[in-house]
Structure formats: C-alpha cells, structure tokens
Ligand binder design. Structure first.
Ligand SMILES: Nc1ncnc2c1ncn2[C@@H]1O[C@H](COP(=O)(O)OP(=O)(O)OP(=O)(O)O)[C@@H](O)[C@H]1O
Ligand SMILES: [Mg+2]
Length: 407
C-alpha cells in the first residue's frame, strides 16, 4: 500500500486532528507543506510517516514535480487528501499527475468556481440565486440591469466574504466598483433574504454517513461588515424540525448533482421568510473556523476520526447522537494594538459552569488580530446546552458580557 499524501498537515489548526485520525486507521500519511518539519504541531508530526517541505506549496507546477520525484522514494502514493479550501485544486492536479483515484480537476472546479457550481446545479433543477458571471465593470453593470436590485457582488473564487457587497441601487454599485477593481472575475447575484444555515456532511462512495446543520447568527456578510459583532455559529441539536427539512433535502440533491463521493462537504443555504431553501455555496471540505469542534461538542463525537474512518474504510463506527446545541462565539477586542484586559469572563464561568466547554481567547499581552483577515477574530468561546433557547441566551451573553480591550 502506498502512502496518503496530506496537504498542509500543520495548518489550519484542525489539520493535525485529521492527520492523527488517518494514522489511527492504519494509513501511512505523507505530509507536504511549506512549514519546516520542526514547526509542525506535535500531533501532526507524530502521526506523519513522511514529510516534504516545499518552498511554496501553492506553486502548482513546482509542487506537482516535487511530489512526482518524492513518491517513489516513500513507497508510492495512492491517495491525496486536503481539507482546506485553497488546496482543493492542487490536490486534484496531484491526483491526476500521480494517477490516483479521487476528485479530478474537472470535478473540483464546480466546488471552487461559484459560477460553474451554480450552472451544474441549475441544470439539476436546484434553486440557486439568479446569477451572472462578469469579467469587467461593463459586464457587472449589464448583469445588474438584468437581475435588478438588491444584489450581491462577490469574487468567483471567494472566501471569508472578502470583496463581497450587498447593493441596493445603481449608486451603490458605482461606489462598490472601484473597491473590487483588483478582482478578476465577479459573480453578480440576486440578493436572497432570510436566515443562513449550513448543511455539512461526511460521505463515503456518495452516501451521507453523517450530517450537520448550523445556524449563523447573524449572517456571515453582516458579521464580516460590523466589527462590534461577536459572530455565532450554532450546531443544532434537533435536525428533524420542519424549517430545516428543505435545506437538508436541497443539500442531498446538491451532493448528488455534483457527484461528490468521499469526505467532508460544507454547504451554505438560505431559509427565506416563505420557508423556501435557496442554495448559497458548497465546499468539498469541512467548514473552517473550528466548526468541526462544535459538531463534536454537539454530538460528543470525534468527527476528525469519523472522517478518517469513512474515507479509509467506508464506515463510521462511532455512535453519533446529537445531545446538545453547541455555539461557537468569536470575540473582537475594542481598540487597537495589545490586548490589555479581558472583562466579564469570570462571571460567565461561574454562571455557565460545565456548559462553557472551550475557551480560546487571545491572552492578555498579545497583539490583536486584523478582524477582516481572520474568521476567528481575537479568539473564541464554545458553549453548549440541550435546549436551544437557553443556548441562544448564553451565546448572546458571551457576545455582550465578555469584552476584550486593546490599546
Ligand atoms: N445571493 C446572496 N444573497 C444573500 N446573501 C448573500 C448572497 N451571496 C452571498 N451572500 C452573503 O455573503 C456571504 C459570503 O458569500 P459566499 O458564502 O458566497 O462567499 P465566501 O466568501 O466564499 O464565503 P465564506 O465566508 O463561507 O468563505 C454569505 O455567507 C452571505 O451572508
Ligand atoms: Mg460562504
């Protein structure tokens, strides 16, 4: 048996857990990344059988060539895994170059390119926002005229709501155009009103072995446009409630239409005031920003290991039941510079007791992060509770009562 090539085993923070999961399934894992081996988190370096450091992982031609030369020296590579959005196309190229099974470039493009994604889904009859592709300001204007307002403009290959704008009218469009001049290709879309949810799965051979729904409070674009907000992602306990059913059904059809077979998927969808589910986007990877952790807290499970077992042996043998709603709440410090103090946490700890399951705020004395550049902001807290109304109250208290101050 050849090794499993794992892209970027040390970053983001979740990756070492997936690497360990694979190693526990008896897989020989060969990591490749641009970190020096000594900089890898110990969990990753312990689980890796081999590691190749390259100068720039994202230089596709150079990385493919390096792997081609490396593979025979480690007994061959018969599988390529990546769980991070920027590496998805690279992984597909590597599979093709090495002749190993898994998602090809053609199969991966609809997961990366928001326009071809929606074209495939439109053809399958899935409800997507009305949309156009635009490669110039003139095309954006023409698409806006056709679609009408309100509108969303966003990069074709976007992430983290970067360069994404909601536009109410032509004046706002003209004001936004100079800000997105550096983006080569834009998607222009009908704005969908409503709440935003996720539908996340672990699949094997096209079968969904695990699924999850999370609720964004507020919607990501709002959270990413207002610094004072402490964004929440809530993994929901009860997935049988009626409002979620159209989204779950939509998600199943999307996975089928895109021909996804093995691994994690992460879909975002809108629930309109009329109760309709409208597709947002899908990634062929787990949700980032520690969302796998909230699935684990909701289910008392280990989805890192479940993913490894599903993709290696086609099953999940852990018993996974949803016992809790689990909320991930990001915090953004007030002020700039160094975090000087954190207020409100002591009282929250006393009041919440064991329901506060995870604390990962930046410690006092560290420089705060650029809130536009990171989904995790200046750290996060995770709280869980069997009752949704109580959980929401607790998550909101984390938003208002816990405050970080920087100066
Ligand atoms: N057609 C739309 N109607 C309403 N809101 C939209 C629409 N398209 C995007 N948005 C908002 O903008 C956010 C970012 O858009 P999208 O998810 O497509 O891009 P992204 O940058 O890849 O996302 P991510 O933050 O998940 O990486 C969405 O989560 C949603 O809040
Ligand atoms: Mg998104």
């Amino acid at each position: 048996m050849g090794a499993c090539l794992f892209l970027s085993p040390g970053y983001p923070a979740e990756m070492p857990f997936f690497v360990r999961g694979l190693a526990e399934q008896g897989v020989r894992v060969a990591g490749i990344g641009d970190q020096p081996v000594g900089a890898l988190p110990p969990m990753a370096s312990h689980a890796l059988a081999h590691y190749l450091q390259v100068g720039n992982l994202w230089d596709e031609a150079a990385t493919v060539e390096a792997v081609r030369r490396w593979a025979p020296t480690i007994g061959g590579i018969d599988r390529v895994e990546v769980l991070w959005e920027p590496g998805m196309l690279l992984a597909a190229r590597l599979r093709e170059a090495l002749g190993v099974p898994g998602m090809t470039v053609a199969q991966t493009v609809p997961f990366r390119d928001k326009e071809s994604m929606k074209q495939v889904l439109d053809a399958a009859g899935v409800r997507t926002p009305h949309h156009r592709r635009a490669t110039s300001e003139a095309e954006v204007r023409a698409a806006a005229e056709q679609l009408g307002y309100p509108l969303i403009i966003k990069p074709i290959a976007g992430a983290g709501s970067a360069d994404t704008y909601r536009l109410e009218n032509r004046a706002e469009l003209e004001a936004a155009l100079p800000k997105v001049r550096h983006v080569k290709e834009m998607s222009v879309e009908e704005f969908i009103e409503g709440e935003e949810f996720t539908f996340d799965t672990v699949c094997s051979k096209g079968r969904i072995l695990f699924h999850n729904c999370a609720w964004y409070r507020p919607k990501p674009l709002v959270a990413r446009s207002n610094e004072w907000i402490s964004p929440q992602t809530i993994a929901l306990k009860d997935l049988t409630v009626p409002p979620l059913q159209p989204g779950i059904e939509l998600g199943r059809r999307v996975i089928q239409a895109l021909g996804f077979t093995d691994g994690f998927t992460h879909m975002e969808w809108f629930l309109t005031p009329r109760g309709e589910a409208v597709f947002g986007e899908i990634g062929g990877r787990p949700p980032g920003a520690r969302s796998v952790d909230i699935m684990n807290y909701a289910c008392d499970a280990d989805l890192f290991r479940a993913w490894a077992e599903a993709t290696t042996h086609g099953r999940i043998s852990q018993r996974i039941e949803r016992h809790y709603n689990a909320a991930h709440v990001c915090k953004r410090a007030q002020g700039q510079g160094i975090i000087r103090r954190i207020e409100g946490l002591e009282r929250i700890r006393r009041d919440f007791g064991p329901w506060l399951v995870h604390e990962e705020l930046l410690p006092v004395g560290t420089h705060r992060r650029d809130w536009k550049q990171t989904l995790l902001s200046d750290g996060f807290l995770i709280v869980r509770h069997p009752q949704l109304s109580t959980l929401i109250e607790m998550a909101d208290r984390l938003g208002t009562e816990v405050q970080l101050y920087a100066s």
